[in-house]
Structures are given as structure tokens and as C-alpha cells.
Design a protein around this ligand. Structure first.
Ligand SMILES: Cc1ncc(COP(=O)(O)O)c(C=O)c1O
Length: 289
């Protein structure tokens, strides 16, 4: 891994062309911009190694199938482009985004058959480590889910998530936790949610409303290795009020305990033992431990 010069910018790769991130360009006609007609992934590199790359690329391929974006050649070239972009950045620890759009064409809802996908890979310095949030916990607020009905697709169209997260922030909270109309837990605006009660860890089952988080899957595996009983199933908003622990899980934030939910302390109002054990196990796993 080359030593990175301090003034070398973050790296982008657009359709195979590498450049500093601020020099990278896509067309104003790109359907990712015009329609949100695009899917994406977020990955983390730790010590120069990308964590769970196969799981992320599998999910990207699934998202592509869901939106009928047929791009086998582009998907095949991605691992090489990601590795090269990471190497060019020189970062040992990085956040990597992939955006795959249906491509650029004159604006009309139906895309022409001749359209070619746009593939964007960016490698950025890790600006936020969330160490304070992981150690001390955060507050979260519940909202009715206002997103579309296909949240298993990792779509770049995140307007509802942005607005929900902003509403949470307006109330001084870190995350918006989303519920359906019946009051069943779905996930966070940018995380999967776990609840611990009676020593058992629970998270909502996968459905079209829930993103199959890579961190979620990793935590379910780690819990089993740690002897923490874990289940997938229904969780109501009422049950969350009685939970001993609530945890948020995502690639960028790893594991963050929720210590205040809807303005009331969760458990004793401090990060609990399951959050602590899972965070430790996760941080060891991502560095190959
Ligand atoms: C809506 C939503 N759910 C869940 C997650 C967690 O997914 P992952 O663990 O794969 O990062 C994210 C991450 O960005 C997300 O945006």
C-alpha cells in the first residue's frame, strides 16, 4: 500500500476512468440524477482490506436484478476497480461508495434499449469513526415509515430517508427508527435495528420493507459465536419501550447503542452488555480477528 501524500484527494472511478474525486463528472442526463434510477453500495476498508466485499457485491447484483439493470460486464469489473481505487488513494481505512445508474439518455421515463450503465466508485477518507456514539450511545426517535414499498433494494433515491433523519436531528436524535402503520419495527433511516430483552437479541425479519444489511447479517453470526441467543421476527413499538437494549447497525457506524428512545431511557440509560460485546466482536471481525 503506497504512503498517501496528505494533499492527495479522495479517488473516483467513473466507467473505469480514475481521477481525483472533485474532477469526476457524469452527464446531467444521467438517470441516477433525473429519476433516482440507480442502486448503490457502501463498503469499508480496514487496514487496507475491504470488509465483506462478496456480501456487498452480491447485494448490489440483487439490487440490479430487482430494478432490471442488466450489467454483468460492469459488475465483473467492479472488484478490480475498487481495489485499484483503494490502492490509488493510499488509505488503509476508507469508505467506498459504488453507485450504478441505468445510464445517461434524453429524459423520458422509459429508458432506451441502447443505454449503457454509469458506474461510479469513490474512495474517501474515514471522516467519522463514531467512537463517542459507540461508547456512550445515542438517542433515537420513532416515526412512521414514509419510504416506498421496495426498501430491500438499495436505491440511491433516499429522499424519504434524508427527511426522516432530518426530523430526528431536529429533535436532537441521532437516528429515525421506522415503524409500519401497525406499529411494527422496520429499520432505521440508515441502519438496521436490534432489540435485546431477557438476554435475547431480536431484529425484524427480512421483507421488502427492510434492507438486508451486511452488518445485520454479521451481527447475527457474531451473536451466535458469542453464545447470545438471536432471533428474527416481529417487534412492536410497545416492546421497544420495555427493551433492555436497542442497537443500530450499519457499515459506516458499525454498532451503536440507543440509550434514549422516544425521549425515555432504554434500560438503565447506558450502553448495555450485549451492545458492548457485539461491538467488540464486530471491530475484531472487520480487522480479520
Ligand atoms: C436503510 C438502511 N438500512 C440498513 C442499513 C445497513 O446496511 P449495511 O449494514 O449493509 O451497511 C443501511 C446502511 O446504509 C441503510 O441505509
Amino acid at each position: 500500500m503506497p504512503i498517501r501524500e496528505p494533499d492527495v484527494p479522495d479517488v473516483a472511478c467513473v466507467n473505469g476512468e480514475f481521477s481525483p474525486i472533485e474532477d469526476a463528472r457524469v452527464s446531467v442526463e444521467d438517470r441516477g440524477l433525473q429519476f433516482g434510477d440507480a442502486v448503490y453500495e457502501v463498503l469499508r476498508a480496514y487496514d487496507g482490506r475491504i470488509f465483506a466485499i462478496l456480501e456487498h457485491l452480491d447485494r448490489l447484483a440483487r439490487s440490479c436484478r430487482h430494478i432490471r439493470l442488466d450489467a454483468p460486464g460492469v459488475l465483473a469489473e467492479l472488484p478490480g476497480q475498487i481495489s485499484e481505487a483503494l490502492a490509488r488513494s493510499g488509505y488503509a481505512d476508507a469508505v467506498i461508495y459504488i453507485q450504478l445508474t441505468r445510464g445517461a439518455a434524453r429524459r423520458t421515463h422509459l429508458a432506451p434499449d441502447s443505454i449503457r450503465p454509469t458506474c461510479i466508485v469513490t474512495v474517501r477518507r474515514v471522516e467519522q469513526w463514531y467512537r463517542d456514539e459507540q461508547a456512550n450511545g445515542v438517542s433515537a426517535v420513532g416515526f412512521e415509515d414514509t419510504r416506498w414499498a421496495r426498501c430491500e433494494i438499495k436505491s440511491t433515491d433516499l429522499l424519504a430517508n434524508v427527511l426522516l433523519k432530518q426530523q430526528a436531528r431536529d429533535q436532537g436524535a441521532f437516528e429515525a427508527i421506522l415503524f409500519d402503520r401497525q406499529g411494527e419495527l422496520i429499520e432505521g433511516a440508515s441502519s438496521n435495528v436490534f432489540v435485546a430483552a431477557g438476554g435475547v437479541l431480536r431484529t425484524p425479519s427480512l421483507s421488502p420493507h427492510v434492507l438486508a444489511g451486511v452488518t445485520r447479517l454479521t451481527l447475527l453470526r457474531l451473536a451466535s459465536g458469542q453464545g447470545i441467543p438471536a432471533e428474527e421476527g416481529r417487534i412492536t413499538r410497545d416492546a421497544m419501550a420495555d427493551a433492555a437494549e436497542i442497537l443500530l447497525a450499519s457499515t459506516t457506524t458499525e454498532v451503536i447503542p440507543v440509550v434514549m428512545f422516544d425521549g425515555r431511557p432504554v434500560g438503565d440509560g447506558h450502553p448495555g452488555p450485549i451492545a458492548r460485546r457485539l461491538l467488540e466482536a464486530y471491530q475484531s471481525a472487520v480487522r480479520g480477528g
